[in-house]
Design a protein around this ligand. Structure first.
Ligand SMILES: [Mg+2]
Length: 122
């Protein structure tokens, strides 16, 4: 399974991708903000997107709206991984179209469970 990881922190991208690799998800791509994420999705095929919320240039919410607004990507499962833990934030993310939500810091088990839940047909 191919996963695009979008986060402005290169350290966080490393942590997430290392976690994904350990869980058996070996084909990971990365982008540093929503705009780069959109560009990546125009050139590579992925099966899932994991995105941060707070990023320069294009935020995670704007990115998810772009993903959902594009015929080629609107079906993709999207997992948001963020420090934003308020109930209002989670509701806003769900409205934007995320399939599941992980609050940083996270454990590998949490990532595993949320990925599996996001991949289940609704
Ligand atoms: Mg960030």
């Amino acid at each position: 399974m191919r996963i695009l990881v979008v986060d402005d922190s290169s350290t966080m991208r490393r942590i997430i991708i290392n976690t994904l690799n350990k869980l058996g998800y070996k084909e990971c791509h990365e982008a540093a903000n929503g705009r780069e994420g959109v560009e990546r999705l125009a050139t590579i095929q992925v099966d899932m997107v994991i995105t941060d919320w707070n990023m320069p240039e294009m935020s995670g919410i704007e990115f998810i709206k772009a993903v959902r607004g594009n015929e080629a990507t609107k079906h993709l499962p999207v997992l948001m991984v963020t420090t934003n833990a308020a109930q209002d934030d989670i509701v806003q993310a769900l409205h934007a179209g995320v399939n599941n939500y992980v609050v940083k810091p996270f454990t590998p088990d949490t990532i595993k469970d949320k990925i599996e839940a996001a991949l289940k047909p609704a």
